[in-house]
Write a new protein. Structure first.
Length: 238
């Protein structure tokens, strides 16, 4: 694994400080403690040295879309960085469920019965239980992952009662063209109704609005790592 250049380390540290400052300001406006919001640095498509630079700046929670990319970057970092928390935030195939349970601390994209069954089976086999978030398709967009609004409550009950899964919270990605606030408010209401403490909502363009509506986790990539992804380290064969 290569190490980040001093320029990369300095740039990512500045970006993290700026994002954390905006999070603190948004929390102050909402009358919330800044410690109640966890920043998940979305490192997808960026190389391991970018993650190292963020770790050096005190960041501990990271988000990845693909299981194989996460496997290529994170296991080697854990012995040196025991506080590291890896969130899988992309759509998850059922045949990757066991790998996901093995590598992730949080799986944010649980959205269908077959995946719930696969994750439950993987947890039994691995003896490891990541935090699980149900992804809700708050805009009911056909091209987007997530359980539809109309099925969300039934799915939450099925996860708990049929599959024996402990659900920690909810995640959403509102439609790009919509005002995100009503989507965030809906998700917060659904979480409160079902006693779910974790709300992962808000990305680089709207995380301040998400904080105003109660987000406990915000997922920010571009504002930390830049907008020009670098080809990631080669992933192992499937």
């Amino acid at each position: 694994m290569t190490h980040p250049s001093p320029d990369t380390t300095a740039a990512i540290a500045r970006n993290l400080a700026a994002v954390k400052g905006r999070i603190a300001d948004a929390c102050a406006r909402a009358g919330r403690d800044a410690a109640s919001v966890t920043l998940v640095a979305v490192s997808k498509t960026h190389p391991a040295d970018a993650v190292l630079a963020a770790l050096a700046a005190g960041q501990s929670a990271f988000g990845e879309n693909r299981v194989q990319e996460a496997q290529a970057k994170f296991p080697a970092l854990r012995p040196v960085h025991p506080a590291l928390r890896l969130h899988l935030i992309g759509g998850l195939q059922t045949n990757k469920a066991r790998d996901a349970v093995r590598v992730a601390d949080v799986i944010e994209s649980l959205d269908r019965p077959k995946l719930a069954a696969a994750i439950a089976d993987a947890i039994r086999k691995e003896g490891r239980t990541p935090d699980l978030l149900v992804q809700v398709n708050t805009g009911d967009e056909p091209q987007k992952a997530g359980v539809p609004r109309a099925k969300a409550e039934d799915f939450l009950r099925a996860c708990r009662e049929e599959y024996g899964l402990a659900i920690a919270g909810l995640m959403c990605i509102p439609p790009a063209e919509d005002d995100p606030r009503p989507h965030f408010a809906y998700l917060a209401g659904l979480a409160a109704k079902h006693g779910l403490p974790t709300l992962s909502m808000g990305m680089s363009g709207d995380y301040e609005a998400a904080i105003a509506e109660g987000a406990t986790h915000v997922r920010v990539g571009t504002a930390i790592f830049g907008s020009r992804p670098i080809t990631p380290d080669p992933a192992p064969a499937a």
